[in-house]
Design a protein around this ligand. Structure first.
Ligand code: FMN
Length: 304
């Protein structure tokens, strides 16, 4: 059955043809609903190569104003029996200017989201300036911008998921988004959240999204709820599927049918992908599944 839903606000639109494999969001055409999650191409170094694998969109970054090394190694661990990854990378990246140069040179026209964050040595009371700095620089070249406040590997970052801190940050970013729109056209802002909020926390976040007209939600980042032998860090992959899908279901219920949601977390197979769509995702991302299964997973999900 084919249905079309259209939402208009501030000149953007969302139009989905249910049951089809294509999607138009905010005047941006997604040839399929499967994307690469943030953190694999942190610097935009591999855009054309990744696009050629068949993804419908890519999210690059997370990028920060200044280049930074991230946490000391070892900081990335695979747990093969449980099909999980534990990472405490800490936003290692070459800085936003490098990423923008890569975006300028790309040949593929695949939709690209750019994930932005703050440098590790920026205190939280100055974090707004880091996000605004990155937003200014990537806005012209991104199809959407993802606000990453949910990495567990930058000290204190998840404090921005708390009500007042979140409201202040979002308000500043929305104001700047509208200023930048005059020059570059409308670019949606998505907020990426953790799977570790309780129901009340998810309600608060969704309330802020609606109150400040944030354009979309990414559900979810990695979880800190594990006691893996490798120590602290965010866990992704198969064990994350349940908690991240639960967050997605709750958020969808609060936000309503029309609110754009990208699902991320634990998609290791076509079945998992369909579970995300069933829970209310408009678009779905993979990372750990791509590491374990390779590019074949893209074909399995889209063509089998
Ligand atoms: C090594 C690694 C690095 C990551 N870096 C980022 C990042 O920089 N920004 C971000 O928003 N998410 C980052 N993530 C989280 C992923 O984008 C994704 O949300 C998470 O891994 C859950 O999806 P998955 O189970 O398919 O991997 C990272 C994940 C991994 C495994």
């Amino acid at each position: 059955m084919i249905g079309i839903k259209v939402v208009t606000s501030l000149g953007f639109k969302l139009k989905q043809i249910k049951g089809s494999k294509e999607l138009d969001v905010f005047d941006c055409h997604f040839s399929n609903l499967l994307g690469l999650a943030a953190g694999l191409d942190k610097n935009g170094d591999y855009i054309d190569n990744l696009a050629s694998l068949g993804f419908g969109f890519l999210e690059i970054g997370t990028v920060t104003p200044k280049p930074q090394y991230g946490n000391k190694k070892p900081r990335l661990f695979r747990d093969i029996p449980s099909k999980a990854i534990i990472n405490r990378m800490g936003f290692n990246n070459k800085g936003v200017d490098h990423l923008v140069n890569k975006l300028k040179k790309r040949r593929s026209d695949i939709p690209i989201g750019v994930s932005i964050g703050k440098n590790a040595d920026t205190p939280n009371n100055l974090a707004h300036a880091d996000y605004l700095y990155c937003l200014d620089r990537v806005f012209k070249y991104a199809d959407y911008v993802a606000i990453n406040i949910s990495s567990p590997n930058t000290q204190g970052l998840r404090e921005f998921e708390i009500k007042d801190e979140l409201a202040n940050l979002i308000q500043a970013l929305k104001e700047r988004q509208l200023e930048l729109t005059n020059e570059h056209g409308y670019k949606p802002l998505f907020l990426k959240i953790s799977p570790d909020n309780d129901d009340r926390g998810i309600e608060d976040i969704c309330g802020a999204l609606l109150r400040f007209s944030v354009d979309g939600l990414i559900c979810t980042n990695t979880t800190i709820n594990h006691n893996h032998i490798s120590g602290s860090g965010g866990l992704s992959g198969k064990p994350l599927l349940g908690p991240s899908t639960e967050t997605l279901r709750i958020a969808r219920k609060i936000l309503g049918d029309e609110f754009p949601i990208i699902a991320s977390g634990g998609v290791m197979s076509k079945e998992d992908y369909l579970q995300k769509i069933d829970a209310g995702a408009d678009l779905v991302q993979i990372y750990t599944g791509f590491i374990f299964e390779g590019p074949k997973l893209i074909d399995d999900i889209l063509n089998q």
